[in-house]
Design a protein around this ligand. Structure first.
Ligand SMILES: Cc1cc2nc3c(=O)[nH]c(=O)nc-3n(C[C@H](O)[C@H](O)[C@H](O)COP(=O)(O)OP(=O)(O)OC[C@H]3O[C@@H](n4cnc5c(N)ncnc54)[C@H](O)[C@@H]3O)c2cc1C
Length: 337
């Protein structure tokens, strides 16, 4: 129980990070034992402890602060802020556009990698702390940030992520971990053959995600740039690469790959709904929010963290930034309300 307490105090999304983080690049990848042999399997240990702890943990009696906080978005950033502030006695309401909590953990990461039951368990814990969850409520529609401030929320957190799919032709990664999820999900929905195409000569997905996709039967094609999508399937031109893997030109020939479906996985950008409907909220790059070193946006008392600030990243990155934001929100509310 003590180990569980420590893990959750450090990272409220501990159970989830133990499952979905890129451990080979993070904890295990930095373990000194790994230099000469096998690294410590932190993720397995963390998974065992935090999974056992999640249902057993009890909340210490909370001293109420009598201050209301609005959290917009229930991804890992919003959940982290809600839990940290809820445990500190703030009255937290989470506004979520969708039906269920979890953001990209719920609607992006597939079930075979992250069982969604864990998010149901989180929801129960959050409600036990006293956090109010309002699903199917989009801020920036009938209800705006200005309304929340007017209605007396002492501070507002924006953790709305990136939910606008990028279209082919924009700059960006040609093949990330998401493509591996898509390929593996396609097999689980009956696809007989799945081919993955990358512009360059390597993939940006982690090696173990690539291995799993290969084990499922995915085929990888490199140095292919998409030119058009036809009813018969996508058409590619072959990239000519220099010795560093940089694309220097394209071959003349075009290649039609016969396919029933073409799925584009080149990341997402932010929606600009909140910027368009909130006076004084500034963004860059079509919707990423501008924040200072304390995660405060251009409106005093309105904070933001996670993908909506940095673009598409990871769960652990969203948690780390959200912890920083939660601390700054508490300091702000102590000083200003
Ligand atoms: C397919 C896929 C697989 C991934 N796999 C991994 C992985 O294995 N490991 C990893 O670490 N990361 C992974 N990621 C990335 C990771 O999930 C995200 O970086 C992380 O969830 C970002 O957290 P967030 O809280 O900033 O935003 P999100 O998780 O995107 O949550 C934002 C929430 O805000 C809600 N919302 C948006 N606008 C509004 C509004 N106006 N009003 C109210 N609510 C709103 C959304 O519905 C959503 O629930 C994956 C992402 C995808 C898409």
């Amino acid at each position: 129980m003590e180990a569980g307490r420590e893990l959750f105090a450090n990272n409220p999304m501990s159970v989830i990070c133990a499952t979905v983080c890129n451990h080979e690049m993070q904890c295990a990848g930095n373990c000194m034992l790994g230099r000469k042999g096998t690294p410590v399997h932190f993720s397995s240990i963390e998974s065992y402890i935090s999974d056992a702890y999640l249902d057993r943990m009890t909340c210490p009696p909370i001293v109420k602060k009598n201050k209301r906080v609005a959290v917009i978005g229930s991804g890992p950033a919003g959940m982290t802020v809600a839990i940290v502030l809820g445990e500190q006695g703030y009255d937290v309401t989470v506004f979520e556009s969708r039906d269920k909590i979890g953001g990209a953990m719920q609607y992006g990461i597939p079930e075979f990698r992250l069982p969604k039951s864990v998010l149901t368990r989180y929801k129960k814990k959050m409600q036990e702390i006293g956090i109010v969850i309002r699903p199917n409520t989009t801020i920036g529609g009938a209800l705006k940030i200005d309304d929340l401030i007017r209605d007396g929320y002492a501070s507002v957190f924006v953790g709305t992520g990136v939910w606008r799919p990028k279209t082919v032709g924009v700059r960006g990664e040609s093949l990330g971990n998401v493509a591996m999820d898509v390929a593996r999900t396609a097999f689980r929905h009956g696809a007989k053959r799945v081919m993955l195409f990358a512009r360059g000569k390597r993939v940006t997905a982690s090696s173990h995600e690539v291995s799993y996709a290969m084990l499922d039967g995915a085929e990888f094609m490199y140095a292919r740039e998409i030119e058009s999508i036809t009813p018969e399937g996508p058409v590619f031109k072959k990239s000519v690469l220099d010795e560093n893997g940089k694309i220097i030109s394209y071959e003349e020939d075009r290649e039609l790959v016969h396919a029933d479906s073409t799925i584009i996985c080149i990341s997402q950008g932010p929606k600009d709904k909140l910027i368009n409907t909130t006076h004084g909220l500034k963004g860059i790059d079509k919707g990423l929010l501008v924040v200072d070193e304390n995660c405060m946006t251009t409106i005093p008392g309105v904070f933001a963290a996670g993908d909506v600030v940095h673009g598409s990243k990871t769960v652990v990155h969203a948690v780390a930034e959200a912890k920083k934001a939660a601390k700054a929100m508490m300091e702000y509310m102590e000083k200003n309300n």
